[in-house]
Design a protein around this ligand. Structure first.
Ligand code: F3S
Length: 73
């Protein structure tokens, strides 16, 4: 699963980073600092929350199986 960031849409609200600074790194100007980032295992829920928090819809998820996210393995 990956976070896809549309840097052209990012307006520097930093709501994503407020959810997780680790997942949603910002550059020195306060804008999202990557185009795509792999979500580490166990951080999928945080990733979804951060993506939803962006008022510009600059963030999206790639490779989301939408199975509910309860992988018990
Ligand atoms: Fe940018 Fe949205 Fe985060 S505007 S800084 S991607 S909350």
């Amino acid at each position: 699963m990956k976070i896809i960031a549309d840097r052209a849409k990012c307006a520097g609200h930093a709501r994503c980073a407020a959810v997780s600074e680790e997942l949603f790194e910002l550059d020195e100007s306060g804008y999202i600092a990557f185009d795509a980032k792999t979500v580490p295992p166990g951080m999928e829920a945080l990733a979804r929350r951060g993506i939803r928090a962006c008022p510009e819809r600059a963030l999206a998820l790639e490779g989301d199986e939408t199975s509910g996210g309860h992988d018990m393995s």
